[in-house]
Design a protein around this ligand. Structure first.
Ligand SMILES: NC(=O)c1ccc[n+]([C@@H]2O[C@H](COP(=O)([O-])OP(=O)(O)OC[C@H]3O[C@@H](n4cnc5c(N)ncnc54)[C@H](O)[C@@H]3O)[C@@H](O)[C@H]2O)c1
Length: 316
């Protein structure tokens, strides 16, 4: 199959691209290598992590209608894994227009090209952040997600609404994946695991939000990749599914695991809960489990892999 992976130079996108090529699919990557975080890391994902992996790279913007049309018509795209986005809750509070522009317009451009070219399946990244002020745990796809608390979360909810239109009115099969705190090697420098590891190595203080009273279903990147492939192959007419780890870990357990692997104790600076953040995100994953998927990596193994990668990549 010919599969377009948008955001394929990103943390999750590069891992998805690798797996798809390994199983025999033809992969096209569309990414603009923006500088939200160090673009060199994105280049290295393509040149080092994907070295010897046969992908076709298109450097450009998902909002570029002519470019997207050219890729769809020339390359005969059959399925789309749409992961390109501005990610990051906190940054969205400072740059809301960027999030609305890229995440909403960009997704619409791709939905429309997918409809025109009658592709077989459109998978896209949503986020656990859409649950916003929902207090019922675990978070289920049946819960109301009408109370987002960041522009990022609202843009992902908007993507889900747009996908609903393209599925129901135009008959395009779409599945939205609500990812829960993804971590692993080649991860994003703005996320907690990366920042904590960096600061613990450098013996600088780490900021522990909500005085450490937080928990997450941390999800290892390989489990996310297998979840993406499960949804991609299922060709559901229209759906939204959670992808999260099956263990709830506290932030302090997470930090302890990093300390163990780095071999140093963190200097913890206890902070209140920042705007836009939520205390707990726990996933009800029964829907994706019913399609045969299950997460397999626990934080001890996952953090070990991350710290080893970090150590090697940054020569610390
Ligand atoms: N990592 C997580 O924990 C997490 C959690 C929930 C949802 N998500 C979602 O999953 C997706 C992938 O996240 P990630 O962690 O790999 O982030 P990432 O930032 O590493 O990857 C996104 C990629 O999209 C590219 N991109 C951004 N804007 C673009 C544009 N206008 N045109 C073309 N390319 C563009 C970026 O250059 C980047 O390489 C995103 O949609 C994100 O919102 C991630």
């Amino acid at each position: 199959m010919t599969i377009l992976v948008t955001g394929g130079a990103g943390f999750i996108g590069s891992a998805v691209a690798k797996k798809l090529v390994e199983r025999g699919d033809r992969v096209l990557i569309l990414d603009n290598f923006n500088d939200y975080y160090d673009p060199q890391l994105k280049r290295d994902r393509v040149n080092v992590f994907l070295k010897g992996v046969d992908v076709a790279l298109f450097e450009g913007d998902i909002r570029d209608v002519a470019l997207v049309e050219k890729i769809f018509s020339r390359e005969k795209v059959e399925k789309v894994v749409h992961l390109a986005a501005m990610a990051g809750v906190r940054n969205s509070l400072e740059h809301p227009l960027q999030y609305v522009d890229i995440n909403i317009i960009g997704t619409t451009v791709l939905l429309e090209a997918s409809r025109k070219h009658a592709i077989e399946n459109f998978i896209y990244a949503s986020s656990s952040s859409v649950y916003g002020k929902n207090e019922k745990l675990p978070f289920s796809e049946a819960d109301s997600v009408d109370h987002p608390i960041s522009p990022y979360a609202a843009s992902k909810k908007a993507d889900e609404l747009l996908a609903h239109v393209w599925s129901h009115v135009y008959g395009l099969p779409t599945t939205g994946l609500r990812f829960f705190t993804v971590y692993g090697p080649w991860g994003r420098p703005d996320m907690a695991l990366f920042l904590f590891t960096k600061h613990i190595f450098e013996e600088k203080p780490i900021e522990v939000n909500n005085f450490g009273k937080m928990s997450r279903n941390f999800t290892y990147v390989d489990d996310i990749v297998s979840g993406v492939l499960t949804a991609l192959d299922a060709n559901l007419p229209y759906d939204i599914v959670n992808i999260g780890g099956d263990r709830e870990n506290t932030l302090l357990e997470f930090i302890e695991e990093i300390e163990k692997n780095v071999g140093k104790v963190a200097h913890k600076k206890l902070m209140p809960l920042p705007a836009g953040d939520v205390v707990s995100t726990v996933a009800d994953i029964s829907k994706l489990r019913a399609l045969g998927w299950a997460p397999t990596t626990r934080i001890d193994a996952g953090i070990k892999n991350f710290v080893e990668w970090y150590h090697h990549y940054y020569h610390v």
